[in-house]
Ligand binder design. Structure first.
Ligand code: EPZ
Length: 433
């Protein structure tokens, strides 16, 4: 099994180019199958979740022409099966976007119950509530979610919980429903807006994405389009926090600074210097950071997907910080691993972490429990004294393109290893560094 091995202690310095947003790309690829004409999607991140979804799309009979590493041309004209079920798709979350896309287009879909990172119970009741309001009947049978509708008609739907997945999924189906759909209490994340922008480029009539209420006037069919995915807000945030963790100086390029506002504000508050440019942000950290309190919230609040990275930098800050996880109930599973590196973090209940900052983390053998926690543990390893070996890194590969290469280009000492021999070789090399 592949592992990462990291020798910490180097400040990360330089420039890094951010890839396309994974969570936008997943919604966009599902939307692309709704036309019977080619949809050319560029700026796709080359990460496992995207590649698995592309594979699932091609298994439905849609054509998937991978033009290059970051561009795919999808044509939904050849779809012959509305059943999506393979061993990989069960491990990812966003497979459920094929439900909304196929329900809208064919009034029928069967998709394996979604897996994804184990960060809480992650129900899909709000997705089903939305489909049902549009006229579909949903059921779970033999590990599959099956949705069927004779016809889909627009409806007014109030989501009881702000959900990125439910907002995108119901928006997909409603594009091809008859009449007007009003979605209330929706998610406002940049990737919700990005999926809506693609759908509009395909001929849909969606207004209000990015606000609390989305209005969709159904159209008869969607057509082809060319579309470029927005930059990944969470990948960008992870490198910004890498500068903070290692007392470095990193310019993240190809970003939309507005999407990073809440991260920028928090980093400034705890003592980082930040300069914003048209499509770049520079983070400089020269001194020990200060403690703070953070509460994860739907966008534009502090993202749950940056919570573990925040805990890592606060574990090295001066004083006591409090981080409250309000979105997922089981998102502190990595704290045990971080404490193996010397951090002084206590989880109270299941959703509050109390962090007493220490001066230095130390390398250890740790295991990665989920994608963002994995990225955070890599930041901890880069900041730590000594060598860290990280197991179960396949989680990280789901969402970070060229993570090792990008960190290495910033001066991080990190390699992917596959055997004890390679680990020993790295350790020997590290002694002379
Ligand atoms: C998306 O997950 C992202 N995944 C997650 O990123 C991200 O953490 C999350 O949004 C929040 O921003 C993808 O886009 C593929 P939600 P999603 O529906 O859509 C509850 C990553 O690391 N809820 O917004 O599954 C739910 O339990 C991943 O890239 C219901 O109760 O999240 C949670 O408490 C991890 N019923 C809250 O809403 C529902 O029907 C928000 O979940 C749906 C959700």
């Amino acid at each position: 099994m592949e592992q990462y091995i990291v020798k910490g202690g180097n400040p990360l310095v330089g420039e890094v180019v951010i890839s396309g947003a994974k969570n936008a790309a997943l919604g966009i690829l599902a939307a692309a199958i709704m036309a019977d004409e080619p949809v050319l999607v560029s700026n796709l991140p080359d990460v496992n979740d995207v590649n698995v979804l592309l594979e699932a799309i091609s298994q439905t009979g849609a054509s998937v022409d991978r033009r290059d590493r970051h561009t795919a041309r999808i044509n939904g004209v050849g779809i012959r099966s509305c059943v999506v079920n393979n061993s990989y798709i069960k491990k990812m979350r966003a497979s459920y976007y094929l439900l909304g896309a196929m329900l809208g287009k064919y009034h029928h879909a069967e998709v394996a119950l979604p897996g994804g990172c184990n960060i809480g119970s992650r129900p899909i009741d709000q997705h089903l509530k939305g489909f049902s309001a549009l006229g579909a009947v949903g059921r779970i049978q033999n590990g599959m979610i099956i949705v069927d509708a004779k016809r889909l008609a627009g409806a007014r739907i109030y989501f009881d919980k702000v959900s990125v997945g439910a907002t995108i999924n119901v928006m997909l189906a409603a594009c091809l429903a008859e009449g007007r759909t009003i979605l209330e209490n929706v998610a406002k994340e940049p990737h919700v807006v990005d999926v809506a922008n693609l759908l509009n480029a395909m001929g849909a009539n969606i207004k209000g994405a990015g606000t609390d209420v989305i209005r969709i006037d159904g159209v008869e069919k969607l057509h082809g389009a060319d579309y470029s995915v927005i930059p990944d807000q969470i990948e960008a945030g992870t490198y910004m926090f890498a500068a903070a963790a290692t007392k470095g100086d990193i310019t993240v390029r190809n970003v939309i600074p507005k999407h990073l506002d809440c991260l920028t504000s928090k980093l400034r508050e705890i003592g980082c210097e930040i300069s914003e440019f048209d499509d770049a942000v520079r983070v400089v950290c020269k001194k020990r950071l200060r403690c703070t309190s953070v509460n994860t919230m739907p966008y534009p609040g502090f993202p749950t997907d940056m919570q573990p990275q925040m805990v890592v930098i606060l574990s090295l800050a001066e004083g006591t910080s409090i981080v409250t996880e309000s979105i997922f109930e089981n998102r502190f599973r990595y704290v045990g691993e971080l404490t193996r590196m010397g951090a002084n973090v206590r989880v109270e209940g299941s959703n509050i972490a109390i962090i007493n900052g220490i001066h230095q983390l130390s390398g250890a053998q740790v295991s990665v429990p989920d994608l963002r926690a994995g990225a955070a543990l890599v930041l901890a390893a880069l900041a730590a004294d000594g060598i860290t070996v990280l197991e179960d890194i396949e989680y990280i590969k789901r969402g970070y393109e060229d993570f090792v290469e990008k960190l290495s280009s910033l001066g991080g000492v990190i390699e992917t290893v596959d055997s004890e021999k390679e680990i020993s070789k790295f350790r020997l090399k590290a002694v002379s560094m």
